[in-house]
Structure formats: C-alpha cells, structure tokens
Design a protein around this ligand. Structure first.
Ligand code: BTN
Length: 258
C-alpha cells in the first residue's frame, strides 16, 4: 500500500502549492485540464495512485498501476521562450530526481522519456491550451509518470521488454512516492523561475544517452536509420541520415537501433 499523502508532499515542497491526492483517476492531465479551464492557479497539482486511462505522447497509453508508481500533473502559465521548453525542463527534473534514488543507469531519450538500464521508467506529457485571439499560451498542464517499483503482476505483454522501474527488487526508500513528487516539482520550478535556456539545454544534452549513437527515427509510420548528433538551440534533435543529410527534428519518435 502506498503512502501518497498531500500533507507529506507539501512538507517536502519548497512552494506553497495546492496539492490534491486521489486514489484513482482516468488521467491526471485530463482532470487537471478541466480545473485549469476553471482558473486553477499556477502550481496546482493533482497526484494519483493509479490511472485508468494514463496517456502519453503520440496518443499512446501510459501504464499506471496502483501503488507501483506516481502519476501527477500540475498547472503552469508561462510566457515567452519558456513555453517551448516545458517538456525539456520537466524531463530534466525527472532525470535529476530519479538519479538520486536509482542504482540503475539513468538517461533521457529525446524528448520526453527517461530510461533506466535501457528501458523506459518515466515519461512527460506537456499539453498547452492557447488563447484564440493571439495564440499565446493560456495555461499548460505538465504530466509526469514514474514507475517506482515493478508491478506485482508484471508489465503487460506489449511493454514488458521496454518498461522498467527506478528501484530494483528489494530496494526500499522511505516515503519514496511523496518525495519523488515533491523533488521533481522543486527541481522543475527552480529551473522555471530562474529560466536560463542555454544552461538547461546543456544539462539536458549531458543527460541524454542517445547522442553519438545509431537510432531509428519514426515519423508518419516510416522508420529511417540515422545518427543522433546533437540538440539545437530550440531543443530539437539534430540527426544525420545515412545519405549524410542533416535534419533538426521537432516531433516524432526515436529509438536506439539495436
Ligand atoms: C509518454 O510516455 O509519452 C508520457 C507519459 C506521461 C504520463 C503521465 S502520468 C500523469 C499524467 N497523466 C497522464 O495521463 N499522462 C501523464
């Protein structure tokens, strides 16, 4: 049984944010979006012990079983350059926090996935809502899911070879669920309030494990082999295809080539 608790999360938080903990929810992103439409303030958070319809990028499901992980979302209302950096800041915050607790080799897979020993252990889904008149960002919901323990019944067949948890079997960290949530939020808002694009991009780049490696670029159901070369000033992935052409990717998916 997990000990997710709003009071404990708040005791670890460096900000006086509104924290709501719920046992089961469809998707914390989805529910918080409804609250943001009704004017939820920056920092308002929803944390769940399990999601029945956890969602990821590119319309994928995010497996969110009870007690095994934490699934949470929070509201931000950024302006300017930072609007396009939310996924990168969140992924970096997850990476930095997880590294403190995991004995596994942790790395970011561009753009929003965090890996432990070459399998996915966490993901970020940032979704924005824009004003119709000037297309500025009204608010964004940043959603984060972290697999803390292996689920007792294991992972479903379709992800069992690509999913993992941050802790190893038998490893126990006191109050880990509450600490992980609070520390990710603290790290995120530190980077967000002291926004320094170049420094964030540099740290993000140093946390990636695909640079210099052969990858498969998946776009519109087409798969192409390339080398991951670098990150550009907008957080796009610079790749070199086998015909030597260089491209800056701002969407799509990549995976390491085995
Ligand atoms: C991905 O794998 O592409 C991103 C996964 C993001 C999952 C988190 S869990 C909390 C929040 N609610 C959701 O439905 N998704 C995000």
């Amino acid at each position: 049984m997990t000990s997710l608790d709003a009071g404990k999360i708040k005791s670890y938080l460096q900000h006086d944010f509104c924290v709501e903990v719920i046992d089961e929810v469809t998707s914390t992103n989805l529910v918080l979006k409804g609250l943001a439409e009704k004017n939820a303030v920056e920092g308002a958070m929803l944390v769940a012990n399990n999601q029945t319809n956890g969602r990821g990028r590119l319309d994928r499901q995010f497996f969110s079983p009870k007690d095994a992980g934490v699934y949470f979302s929070f509201v931000v209302k950024p302006t300017g350059d930072i609007c396009d950096m939310l996924t990168i800041i969140a992924a970096l915050s997850v990476y930095t926090t997880i590294k403190k607790y995991s004995t596994k080799s942790i790395g970011i897979k561009w753009v929003n996935d965090i890996y432990a020993d070459n399998k996915k252990c966490a993901g970020v889904l940032a979704e924005g809502s824009r004003n119709i008149d000037n297309s500025t960002l009204k608010y964004a919901i940043v959603g984060i899911g972290v697999n803390i323990y292996e689920p007792p019944a294991g992972y479903p067949e379709d992800i069992k070879n690509i999913a993992t948890s941050i802790l190893t079997n038998g490893q126990n960290v006191e109050d880990i669920h509450n600490k992980i949530v609070a520390e990710i939020i603290n790290t995120f808002f530190d980077l967000y309030h002291n926004f320094d694009k170049q420094s964030i991009l540099l740290k993000y780049k140093q946390s990636m494990f695909i640079l210099g490696k052969k990858i498969v670029v998946c776009n519109n159901q087409q798969e192409t082999i390339a080398t991951a070369v670098d990150i550009d000033n907008d957080g796009r992935l610079i790749v070199q295809f086998e015909d030597e052409s260089i491209h800056h990717l701002n969407s799509g998916d990549v995976r390491l080539k085995i």
